[in-house]
Design a protein around this ligand. Structure first.
Ligand SMILES: Nc1ncnc2c1ncn2[C@@H]1O[C@H](COP(=O)(O)OP(=O)(O)OP(=O)(O)O)[C@@H](O)[C@H]1O
Ligand SMILES: [Mg+2]
Length: 268
């Protein structure tokens, strides 16, 4: 791997598939969702939801959002799992807020959380709960979230909740039995794939971030990358990573369409 990086003059792997906020490219859709979330949080909108296809950058966007929050915002970030009981879910939320939770039952946990939220609000702060992979939430867990979204003073919501999930989350929320939670979502936004004209900038941005590079990509490549990925960043990364490796093996500094086609065949 080091040889591969050295061959291209790179400091780090440009197309990792982990969600690294340092590599965040501000595409039109990512920018729009990010500013909507900042607005929603400031306005204390209560429940917010971001829906996006697999690999569009939801987790990365959450990390960027969280990294930019002022200190007065207390956060709890959890990844949902259908295995959690309602009590377990609450415990995880409290844990990530950094709250002690000796007392065990659900009522006590909510009381605990509530007094933390009131203190936070009184000291001019705000509290944000982020639930990633929210498409995995069970109806019972969603009901629990709804109850948390009830925590409020007469003036404002005490807890801002951001649900982040794949389109299955939206299907769940459309379930008639869950209409009560759906009605409470103050902000709902959609994270879209990159536009075709953003692919080149996205790729160039990641290559530049990875260090000064002697790598070049023939202009015809971008259309092929778009056709394969449909603008989904994780698929762009998968393909680009592979073609860079192929280039390294073939000792080429220039990526061309036929190299891409070889990689696409391997990936399909
Ligand atoms: N705006 C972006 N800038 C740079 N890289 C991005 C961007 N969006 C996504 N990526 C990259 O795409 C890959 C997938 O992103 P991420 O894991 O955030 O997607 P996701 O929507 O959370 O996927 P899943 O639905 O599987 O949870 C990661 O490698 C991430 O770094
Ligand atoms: Mg994710």
């Amino acid at each position: 791997m080091n040889n591969y990086l050295a061959a291209y003059g790179l400091k780090t792997i440009p197309f990792n598939i982990t969600s690294d906020p340092d590599f965040f490219y501000r595409s039109s859709t990512h920018k729009e969702v990010l500013s909507t979330l900042i607005f929603g949080l400031r306005q204390k909108k209560g429940l917010m939801a971001v829906i996006g296809e697999v690999g569009t950058g939801k987790t990365t966007l959450c990390k960027v959002f969280l990294n930019h929050l002022p200190k007065e915002v207390k956060t709890s970030v959890i990844f949902s799992s259908p295995q959690f009981s309602q009590t377990q879910l609450l415990k995880n939320i409290l844990d990530d807020f950094g709250l002690k939770r000796e007392r065990k039952n659900r009522f006590d946990l909510i009381k605990n959380l509530n007094s933390f939220l009131i203190d936070t609000s009184l000291s001019g702060g705000n509290a944000l709960l982020v639930i990633d992979e929210a498409q995995n939430l069970t109806p019972k867990q969603l009901e629990q979230i709804r109850l948390l979204s009830n925590l409020e003073t007469s003036r404002e919501k005490l807890l801002q909740i951001l649900l982040v999930g794949q389109p299955e989350l939206e299907d769940k929320l459309n379930n008639f039995k869950l209409r009560q939670i759906k009605q409470r979502i103050g902000i709902k936004c959609r994270l879209l794939p990159l536009r075709e004209d953003e692919i080149k900038q996205y790729i160039q941005y990641r290559i530049d971030k990875a260090g000064v590079s002697i790598l070049s990509i023939e202009p015809e490549c971008y259309k092929i990358i778009y056709q394969f990925s449909q603008g989904i960043p994780r698929l762009i990364n998968l393909l680009c990573e592979r073609v860079l490796l192929l280039g390294f093996v073939q000792e080429k500094n220039q990526i061309n369409p036929s190299m891409l086609k070889v990689c696409i065949e391997e990936l399909q």
